[in-house]
Ligand binder design. Structure first.
Ligand code: ATP
Ligand code: MG
Length: 558
């Protein structure tokens, strides 16, 4: 099966294909990805990015990146820059320049005036509380505002005065005149514009009135010639308003809104507001903390763009909500790294081994494959010396049955090296084991020993020709399957206290002294680990654990 035919065919793609076949859709397919720059992008956004850019790619169309920036108080340039970086890193490029909803503030204003002139919008003086009261409920219709029938001229003047700063924050609003009895509350004369004295990151102090999202979005789509406006299901009930706006202004085209289900992942929160709290309140170090489900956090953790795109492909796109197992995301990165990650050895809990029958000042260089199944990836050099390190966990004094590692008077093979047998245990004053004295068998490099069978294969490094490193052992940030479902409690109560365990002074083979920064390594028998360039600026060599080799969540050792 080719990579292309493996790609899931989603319902939106089918809708567009049908429309093209019936002649209902002609011309280019144009989509957009419209983040609000009030936080960093997370894995949920990745689903939307893959969908929007993917649909455009499939139909030879275009996808715009547009910042939906109608809430100046919550938005920042830092977020804009991070979002651009993350979309590019995922492997997508937007058509021409980045767009901003604020680019259309003049146009949106003019459309508001058009609606007022047509008698389809009015300035309302009800207070926020009164407006809520007049709105009615799901069971009861709303009531008309006493300001609903203001004459057009008065509305135009008041709207001008709002714009010119003659009223205070929230004193007046502009509302669409639709239907206060509509069963759809979104159609009960929704607010189109509100007064906000706030400096905007793009338009500065030009405006003190800002359009609402529901008014801005259809207009921005229409101005960009968007054909398919894909959004998440919570906007389904807003679609009639979206269509009302397009139908009642002189829109240059008629985009179609199509909804799909949000991505929810267990053991994860994907709401920018909550992620911001984790950062602001210091539960994590930053938006790109490797435990965060942000694209930038995942990048630092060692996730590849390919693995995230493969994951989005795996979960598909549909109308039915639901929760995806985070294990699928971990599966996607394991699959990708298993075939591509260079191999290396790193001893996490070093225990010294002295090879008593190896000459004091001798050493040799062994050539090990970078990837055992892929000779094209070349070889790496590791030093075999008289003093080595193995992992403390690979030795026990009294081995259980079927023990596959080192024990007194037993032999193991050191991966890529020789077979050795443990002869003596050296202890310190308090009785702790500090060294093993072993004999190596010089006739076992790449061949089986004669007359005996080693117990297994363990990893190792030279004690005298290796490098020291620190490891951030990351685990899931939450230990509750749905951290934010608990209505009484607070999602931060479910933070996994062991989401970061730091191992210092581990020993890594010398090739890791100049680590690759483009792909994580597979540290043999330990998992996948990614060089942390930023953390290593301090002079320490730091690696982040991307994921374990196998899914061991909830099975004792992570
Ligand atoms: P958040 O709740 O995290 O703030 P949002 O929907 O407000 O999310 P936006 O910046 O407005 O965030 O989203 C940009 C686009 O990404 C929107 O089209 C939105 O529907 C989509 N999106 C956001 N979260 C998800 C998700 N979990 N799954 C799929 N798409 C999402
Ligand atoms: Mg939003």
């Amino acid at each position: 099966m080719s990579a292309e035919s493996k790609k899931a065919h989603n319902f939106i793609q089918s809708l567009i294909e049908d429309a093209i076949a019936k002649g209902d859709h002609t011309g280019k397919v144009v989509t957009r990805f419209p983040p609000e720059p009030n936080g960093y992008l997370h894995i949920g956004h990745a689903k939307s990015i893959c969908l929007n850019f993917g649909i455009a790619e499939t139909f030879g169309g275009e996808c715009n990146l547009r910042f939906d920036d109608t809430n100046p108080e919550k938005e920042e340039q830092e977020y804009i820059d991070a979002i651009k970086r993350d979309v590019k890193w995922l492997g997508y490029d937007w058509a021409d320049d980045v767009h901003f909803a604020s680019d259309y503030f003049d146009t949106i204003h003019d459309f508001a005036v058009e609606l007022i002139e047509k008698g389809k919008a009015y300035v309302c003086s009800l207070s926020a509380e009164e407006m809520t009261e007049y709105r009615g409920t799901l069971k009861e219709p709303g009531r008309n505002s006493p300001y609903r029938d203001r004459p057009v001229e008065e509305n135009l003047q008041l709207f001008r005065d709002m714009r010119d700063g003659k009223f205070g924050n929230g004193e007046l609003v502009l509302r669409a005149k639709i239907d206060m009895a509509s069963p759809n509350i979104n159609l009960r004369d929704p607010i189109l514009y509100r007064i906000r004295y706030a400096e905007h990151h793009q338009t500065g102090n030009k405006w003190c009135i800002y359009p609402m999202y529901d008014f801005t979005h259809p207009i921005s789509d229409a101005m960009e010639g968007i054909t398919h406006s894909l959004c998440t299901l919570e906007f389904e009930d807003h679609r009639p308003l979206y269509d009302w706006v397009i139908d009642n202004i002189s829109a240059p085209c008629k985009p179609r809104q199509i909804e799909f289900a949000r991505l929810n992942l267990n053991y994860t929160v994907t709401s920018k507001r909550k992620l911001k709290r984790l950062v602001d309140e210091g539960y994590v170090d930053s938006w790109d903390d490797p435990r965060m489900p942000t694209i930038s956090g995942m990048r630092r953790r060692g996730y590849t763009p390919e693995s995230i795109r493969a994951f989005c492909d795996m979960i598909g796109v549909n109308k039915a909500g639901g929760t995806v197992d985070v294990g699928m995301l971990e599966h996607a990165i394991r699959e990708d790294l298993n075939t591509r990650a260079p191999r290396a050895m790193c001893v996490m809990r070093p225990l010294k081994v002295v090879l008593t029958n190896y000459p004091e000042d001798s050493s040799e260089t062994l050539e090990l494959p970078v990837h055992p199944q892929n000779p094209d990836m070349g070889t790496r050099e590791v030093s075999w010396t008289r003093e080595l390190y193995i992992d403390r966990e690979d030795f026990v004094e009294e081995p259980p049955r079927k023990w596959k590692r080192l024990a007194p008077d037993q032999a193991v093979r050191l991966r890529g090296g020789y077979v050795m047998t443990c002869r003596e245990i050296v202890r310190d004053d308090s009785g702790d084991i500090v060294e093993l004295r072993c004999e190596y068998d010089p006739n076992t490099l790449g061949v089986n020993p004669e007359g005996y069978k080693p117990n297994g294969v363990i990893h190792w490094v030279s004690a005298t020709d290796s490098v020291e490193a620190d490891i951030n052992v990351y685990d899931r940030l939450f230990n509750h399957e749905s951290p934010d479902s608990d209505k009484e409690g607070d999602f931060v109560d479910h933070i996994n206290p062991e989401s970061l365990v730091r191992l210092e002074k581990v020993r890594a083979e010398k090739s890791l002294g100049q680590p690759r920064a483009d792909l994580p390594y597979q540290f043999e028998r330990e998992g996948y680990f990614f060089f942390d360039e930023e953390a290593s600026e301090s002079g320490r060599l730091v690696f982040n654990r991307t994921v374990t080799l196998r899914d061991s969540w909830g099975k004792g050792k992570a």
